[in-house]
Design a protein around this ligand. Sequence first.
Ligand code: DQA
Length: 181
Amino acid sequence: SFPTRRSSDLAQIDNNYPAHSINSAYSQTMPTVLLLNGPNLNLLGTREPEIYGSMNLSEIEEQVSAVLHEHKIECETFQSNSEGELIDWLHQHKNADFLLLNPGALTHTSIGLRDAVLGIEIPFLEIHLSNVHQREEFRHHSFFSDIAVGSLVGLGVKGYLLAAQFAVDFIEQKGTSAGNR
Ligand code: DQA
């Protein structure tokens, strides 16, 4: 099982800390979900809209953050076109509780990003807007599916929102084993 900070810890803090220190106590203990997008996902909205839809990445990030904030979970977002930057960012955020990851084309190529995800030991969901299995053969293999908690493929933006909802449940300890999913 994975170490997670539970929302019940927050209730604990409410009782034990004087009012003036509640805010800083929250910022230290609020669970955090990472939303990480790989190469070319900065072009969402204009890039092949018949495949990837018309919503841009900031809109997706806002919607995912909104789901998480409703449950008092912080959301940190990042996108890069560079494999090294994605890896460095993950190393810098290794204390987070859950990761929502669309590796873009690095899905099919990057052992380096795979090793980074394994190295930080954060449970994660793999997300693809398009149904990669209905597309070119080279998109059928993923370096992430076998180490992810699960994958959401071909559901468009809804995949990100369902993934965020899953992260909430996971953090609240409702869906930590396959049987409970
Ligand atoms: C993608 C699918 C990848 O094959 C592609 O390289 C992307 C986007 C998706 O979200 O459908 O960049 O990850």
